[in-house]
Design a protein around this ligand. Structure first.
Ligand code: 7TS
Length: 415
């Protein structure tokens, strides 16, 4: 494939769309970049990059404090971004959108703050066997502190949650369920609607790790009825360093602040501090102002194309990739869920994932290899890691063909 070949195999005008992403025009080792590591981070459209530059060249200033012109402009743009995000996921209130550093930060916030208030010795926290380390370790920390127990919903060989086991694990000792919408390692889409309904029937709140869902699946948070939903800006075409924690107002009001500092207070004396209202209670210190604004620009970009159109385009390219990869002898998929999105993990013969990744890299194909921050999941499959190709709407079937060729070449070299 060359950058100049016409690409007409999608519901999208991919050729036009690819031009929106400057990095997709670059070359690696003299060949056009084939970027299939979108689960790790996505590339950024020009409008997002421009919004960062405009902020720093025209109205760089701190938010929520200055009376001066620039500070007001920055505050307005930052709060406008919050509104855009709230509208995008259909949150009831803008103040249910807490700006964070990313998914990891959002989950730590909930584990720590919710845990401090609502967890006690003997309680249980329910997660799943396919969680990213960021939806495991924060819960281990708070469980250890509180004497609570971490329970794990098991999975089957296809990499799907065992829903009968989930039903059995749900009981009145469980104080919160925390589960990923989409697995970053397997691509499994979990039945989160059903899980939330079942948990709510026992008055148990649910946190959804949306890190691998927000960029692939349209989210209506009121319909989903999740109590918390965390995601990272950089996985939905925004910058690194900024993310979102959605929380239902009633929980956020009851939870104590996570961090102390500027912006999160109403009044401070040495005797007593009172806290600011939502969302500021959970936003201590100067935030990632340019990042928040640029995340708003990323949401604009996604909306302009349409989340449902993006989903359709991605489903097409993922199905094509699955099909083409299936034809490679000695390739085995890790995870074969009925409902899937985004990522495809596999191993080829006895080739170590790292070796395969290196050979693909030399052909300018970027994939991720390793445990993908899901070591317990790799233990379940008795493997050290996988090769993972993960897709975005700007990926093409021609790129999939190159991936297949690259794997065939690696096989000739290594098998
Ligand atoms: N949860 C899931 C499901 C993820 O995929 C990731 C990042 C995180 C949480 C953490 O997100 P962060 O932005 O706070 O780091 N996943 C990956 C990945 O699959 N490859 O690199 C990062």
């Amino acid at each position: 494939m060359t950058n100049s070949e016409p690409i007409t195999d999608s519901v999208l005008d991919i050729e036009k769309i690819r031009k929106d992403f400057p990095i997709l025009q670059t070359k690696v080792y003299g060949k056009p970049l084939i970027y299939l590591d979108n689960a790790a981070t996505t590339q950024k459209p020009r409008t997002v990059l421009q919004s960062l530059e405009t902020y720093y060249t025209q109205y760089n200033s701190n938010v929520h404090r200055g009376v001066h012109f620039l500070s007001q402009q920055a505050t307005e743009a930052y709060e406008e971004a919050r509104k855009k995000i709230a509208a995008y996921i259909n949150a009831r209130f803008d103040h249910e959108i807490i700006f964070t550093k990313g998914t990891t930060n959002g989950i730590n916030l909930v584990a720590s703050s919710f845990g401090k208030k609502f967890l006690k010795a003997g309680d249980e926290v329910l997660i799943s066997a396919m969680e990213h380390h960021s939806n495991i370790v924060p819960w281990q920390l708070i469980c250890e502190e509180k004497g609570a127990t971490l329970k794990v919903i098991p999975i089957n060989e296809q990499g799907e949650l065992k829903m009968d086991a989930f039903d059995e694990l749900l009981n009145s000792k469980v104080k919160i369920v925390a589960v990923t919408y989409v697995s970053n390692s397997l691509g499994t889409v979990n039945p989160v609607f059903e899980m939330i309904q079942k948990a709510h029937a026992l008055n148990i709140p649910v946190l959804i790790d949306g890190a691998q869902a927000i960029q692939h699946i349209p989210i209506d948070i009121q319909q989903l009825d999740a109590d918390f939903f965390a995601f990272s800006g950089h996985k939905i075409y925004g910058p690194t360093g900024v993310g979102v924690l959605y929380g239902k107002e009633k929980w956020l009001n009851e939870m104590p602040p996570y961090e102390g500092g500027g912006d999160m207070i109403k009044n401070v004396t040495f005797a007593k501090t009172t806290y600011n209202e939502l969302p500021f209670k959970f936003e201590a210190g100067t935030p990632d102002i340019s990042g928040g604004i640029a995340l708003g620009a990323a949401i604009d970009y996604v909306q302009q194309i349409g989340a449902a159109t993006i989903q359709q385009a991605e489903e097409e390219v993922v199905a094509y990739a699955f099909d083409r990869l299936s034809a490679i002898s000695s390739l085995r998929f890790i995870g074969d869920a009925k409902h899937r999105s985004g990522a495809i993990s596999f191993l080829v013969g006895n080739i170590h994932p790292f070796d395969l990744g290196e050979i693909l890299d030399k052909q300018s194909i970027a994939v991720r290899t390793g445990h993908h921050c899901t070591q317990p999941l790799m233990d379940f499959f008795h493997i050290p890691g996988t090769v993972r190709a993960s897709f975005a709407f700007y990926n093409t079937k021609a790129e999939v063909d190159e991936l297949v060729k690259g794997i065939e070449k690696a096989k000739r070299m290594l098998e």
